[in-house]
Ligand binder design. Structure first.
Ligand code: PXG
Length: 465
């Protein structure tokens, strides 16, 4: 595609952006001085900016574009739906065909305990729904003392009040005096950063048993649920040791607390299974979803509600006073249905498990040999490179944390590859349609980026020449 649809000079767009647009998770003053990067077009795994530069979209937008950009059949499905029924609500005893079809489809695709969905427009709204649903569930079950929800430090569940609270990002908590009362955080299963001398197996068990300890400390009859991402995405692609999830599942079962597995990033094929809980072999009671549900073409999310929880609401509930104007928006449901059809028809989940996943993982792990890389890890098509000042020594990190990551991210853009930095690790989560050639290209650009970053750090004397 050409850049023809963008009629404006970059400087002009940047000036108007700076004058009127407050960006998410951004130091607005700093951005306005620098000028934003303006993306004008996307096709497949490629992005084009307002100056005509091309980038391989190693982040699938923002961990969401499973089917790649520019899929005409999603646009056509949305167009058709908008002409047929642009909008009507799903409140007040009303429904419509796209919401019904998508709810049914999700019941087929998700693990067997899930037969119902509550629709939202985002992952954050899904987690706000979880927050209210979990507490209401225990009220309905006659255990109103069960109210505390346990999350994890460095977990991410969105940026609304409940999402921020359930997540464990301390910088986010500091803005707005959060978390909300009744949320407790335990350690994350981050072996590379926090595992010390322990084996990954033992560390995984230790991290899981923090849940048991917290339940004991808080009082077993006061804990309602545990929420976690299968693999932490925004936290830096933290892949838990194999021992972690089975132990968490055991504890939730024994202590009778709901298990909420946040599938906003891991869902819809990212790990080579439809859902991350299937990859780790656990059975959640609630499952927030978003992102890959529509590949980001339109905003839609939801909470998959297990029969256990749904039955309580249906049999004992009365009205659940919760919902959003756009819950089950017809056009968003149409986008999601068309997206899921592509994922199924093109066998994208199987391809991540058996083909492109293993192919990219092998090459990605080889980047672990680079002198700047302490660990290269990847499951399915989600991975990270830990940048370290002293290879082989996990106890040492760059100071101040994050500067090297930002430098590397900027160099990556200059090399035509979108990687995101989290502290001083580089993460990727490319579209599931990535071809072998594109995977080769991605790794070549990542390797060049590591070389360039290493050279820059040597020049600055930040690592020994
Ligand atoms: N749960 C998880 C696991 C997520 O990753 C959300 C919930 C919230 O979803 P919404 O749709 O409300 O954004 C997310 C979102 C990043 C980044 O910088 C990650 C997310 C969102 C924005 C930025 O890595 N994840």
């Amino acid at each position: 595609m050409s850049g023809a649809s963008n009629l404006y000079p970059t400087k002009d767009l940047q000036a108007r952006d700076a004058a009127h647009h407050i960006h998410p998770f951004t130091d607005t003053g700093a951005l306005n001085r620098e000028g934003s990067r303006i993306i004008t077009e996307a096709d497949g795994v490629w992005l084009t900016d307002s100056d005509g530069n091309r980038y391989l979209d190693g982040m699938a937008g923002l961990w969401c574009c499973q089917v790649g950009h520019g899929r005409r059949e999603i646009a056509d499905a949305v167009h058709r739906q908008m002409l047929e029924l642009d909008y009507f609500n799903t409140f007040f005893k009303t429904s419509h065909p796209p919401a019904i079809a998508l709810a049914e489809k999700l019941s087929e695709l998700t693990p067997p305990q899930f037969n119902r969905v509550f629709f939202t427009s985002s992952g954050s709204e899904a987690n706000d729904t979880v927050f209210r649903m979990v507490r209401t569930y225990w009220d309905l079950m006659g255990q109103p003392r069960k109210k505390t929800i346990i999350g994890r430090w460095n977990g991410y569940h969105g940026s609304t009040l409940a999402g921020t609270s359930l997540g464990g990002m301390t910088a986010m908590h500091e803005q707005g005096d959060l978390p909300l009362p009744g949320v407790h955080h335990i350690a994350q299963p981050y072996w590379f950063g926090e595992g010390g001398d322990m084996s990954p197996h033992d560390f995984g068990l230790k991290a899981a048993r923090e849940l048991e300890r917290a339940i004991d400390q808080l009082g077993g009859d006061t804990v309602a649920a545990f929420i976690a991402e299968p693999i932490q995405g925004a936290g830096g692609v933290i892949i838990p040791p194999d021992s972690y999830w089975p132990e968490v599942a055991r504890i939730c079962k024994e202590r009778d607390i709901l298990l909420v597995v946040d599938e906003v990033i891991c869902g819809f094929g990212r790990l080579g299974t439809w859902f991350g809980s299937e990859y780790f072999g656990v059975e959640p009671d609630l499952m927030p979803i978003a992102k890959g549900l529509s590949s980001g073409y339109l905003p839609i999310g939801g909470v998959m509600v297990s029969d256990r929880v749904a039955d309580a609401f249906i049999e004992k509930g009365g009205e659940f006073f919760h919902g959003y104007t756009y819950s089950g928006h017809p056009a968003c449901c149409a986008a999601a249905l068309a997206n899921l059809e592509i994922i199924q028809r093109e066998n994208l989940v199987g391809r991540v498990a058996d083909d492109i996943g293993p192919y990219l993982q092998k090459k990605w792990r080889a980047l672990g040999d680079h002198p700047l890389v302490g660990e290269a890890r990847m499951v399915g098509l989600i991975g990270a490179l830990e940048l370290v000042p002293a290879k082989g020594d996990r106890s040492r990190a760059f100071q101040p944390v994050g500067e090297v990551g930002t430098l590397c991210r900027d160099i990556s853009f200059a090399n035509g590859l979108v990687m995101r930095s989290v502290r001083d690790s580089m993460v990727i989560s490319p579209p599931l349609v990535l071809t072998h050639e594109e995977a080769d290209d991605l790794v070549a650009r990542a390797e060049r980026t590591l070389d360039d970053t290493y050279a820059a750090l040597k020049r600055d004397g930040r690592i020994a020449a």
